[in-house]
Design a protein around this ligand. Sequence first.
Ligand code: PRP
Length: 178
Amino acid sequence: MIKEIKSILVSAEEIDKTVEKLAQRINADYAGKSIVLLIILKGSVVFASDLMRKLDIDVTLEFMQVSSYGGGSVSTGQIKITKDAQTDLNGRNVIIAEDIIDSGNTLKALTELLKKRGANVEVCTLLSKPSRREAQVDVKYIGMEIPDEFVVGYGMDYDEKFRSLPYIGILKEEVYAD
Ligand code: PRP
């Protein structure tokens, strides 16, 4: 464990088991169908790359990058698309892959946008922080619920660092305090 990490919240082994369970549910729900796995950059790349290799259905990949509008801690629930999907998602079974749902604002805006574009949208997130939820969003696939801690690793960052850690760790407060 690196020195900036207070403790490991989810080990690599636990992550793998969780991803396996999510994949089994998606495989069962979409048997004989094809899906678009919509990977939300950047945090979801590690999760999505593990998830897709456990799927035994037809999968194509799309990528989007979004950022929240709104200054300070006030979230408007709006998103700014900094990278958009490259194919027409109308009529497609789209599964949004997310590393974490916090306020839910990103996902709420994103699912509304994709539904307007005619996609059949579901959400698959590895982690959810229910205590932080502001926006009502319907999430079909949740790997695990976690407490309100500053987590990094397995794609998640602080100041673009720690994304490559193979586990999900709780960051020491002193790292982000100042
Ligand atoms: C994170 C995460 C979600 C969003 C969740 O992305 O990947 O997209 O925040 O937050 P919300 O539920 O409060 O909307 P972030 O904006 O940190 O970008 P990153 O994935 O590039 O690190």
